[in-house]
Design a protein around this ligand. Sequence first.
Ligand code: FAD
Length: 412
Amino acid sequence: METSERGLTEEQKLMRGSCRAFVDDFVAPFIRANWQREWLMDPQARLPAEILLQADRIGIRTLGVPEEFGGVQLDPETEVRSFAVIAEEIARGDSGLADKLVQNWKVSVLLRNLAPRHLQERWFSRLTSDPGFLLAHCLTEPRGASDRWLPYNVPEAAMRTRAVLEGEHWVINGRKQFISNGYDASLFVVYANTDPKLGMLQGTSSFLVPRDTRGLSVARCNETIGCRFMNNGELVFENLRVPRDHLLVEGDALGKAGIYFRPGKIIQAAKNLGVGMAAYERTAEYVQSYVQGGRILIKHQAVALRLADMATRLAAVRALVREAARAVDEAAPDADALCNMAKVFASEEILKVAQHAMELHGGNGAMLDFGVEKLFRDASIFLHMDATADISRLKIVKSMFPRTAGAYAGPE
Ligand SMILES: Cc1cc2nc3c(=O)[nH]c(=O)nc-3n(C[C@H](O)[C@H](O)[C@H](O)COP(=O)(O)OP(=O)(O)OC[C@H]3O[C@@H](n4cnc5c(N)ncnc54)[C@H](O)[C@@H]3O)c2cc1C
């Protein structure tokens, strides 16, 4: 499709080209030849280390890390648009692999803005020197996620995970669930309540927690419907102690997390677009080669119309993702609303694209070894990531009408 290159800078075109080659030569053939591998019940055995090594070689593992610490920093004027281009391409090969990598970019952006310099030095150098190093961002808890996204800024909705300052250490107790890279990350950003009397916008703080900290346990790896090469995990903190300087933001950590979430939602939508592009490309090829009723499928008009519908939805998602990414790059006042629009719109449109792909593949669309159902499963995950569809819409309307739709619906 020509639209996927239109408006890109030369640097973005080059990066897109090398990601495309990585996916076409390496990722896609691996997934096709090893379709059973995502179902291995040993999470660490699913994705061979060689794939992350290869991602490292083409320089896409440490995006967002400042150059002075050995990372690959993109042109700041167009950084979020570049993230979108690369995330789409990797997800076109495999959405779980993309999840694994983009978590590093997103958390690196947060750390380069919020972490003290000596901790940036320590952790960015670990990240750049170890191709298996992963980062995670831990917000969701068993008793709270959607209300945090809105957020309901009242003490009763605050985080259950608590952090208390004792001398030179913060002591953290609680648990987090559904965390991307939660099973195998080496470093976690953890959000906790540091003042139960306040609403969560004033009473939530964020901390850096290294994996080997005593009191941290990885309780389980969640077995997800899609994006299975990213190991989603659950964490428990029992009297976990981190040094005082591991505090990233005190009190208004949720507000400051916008630096993570704005690019984050663009990246989510772009990965989602990559899944849709893979579904479209595979279907376009199939309907022009598979014969039914004496003619290739595309000669049957109902089939051709569905393909047109897929292409139209993809073009609409791409246009909105680009517009929203540009708004983030330019720090536009409507960037927040556009990010939520792009994320929720992509999740619903691409699921429809993946449904068309499955249906146009007929029985083959339902067979694991054919691989098209994987795209449908991968697409379904996006409905729930970075807020549900309903919560994303509530955030959109809240940002447009903060005084009415944006006010807490509890007692006056
Ligand atoms: C693959 C995957 C990766 C993830 N990665 C991360 C991660 O890295 N870090 C992290 O912190 N979290 C992560 N999450 C968690 C994700 O952000 C949450 O699942 C999501 O925000 C929804 O929260 P919940 O699952 O607790 O659903 P709930 O909040 O329990 O919602 C259940 C249903 O009720 C609705 N609902 C709930 N409250 C309200 C309300 N107040 N008003 C209207 N409707 C409401 C929701 O829309 C939804 O339909 C991940 C989730 C998935 C599936």
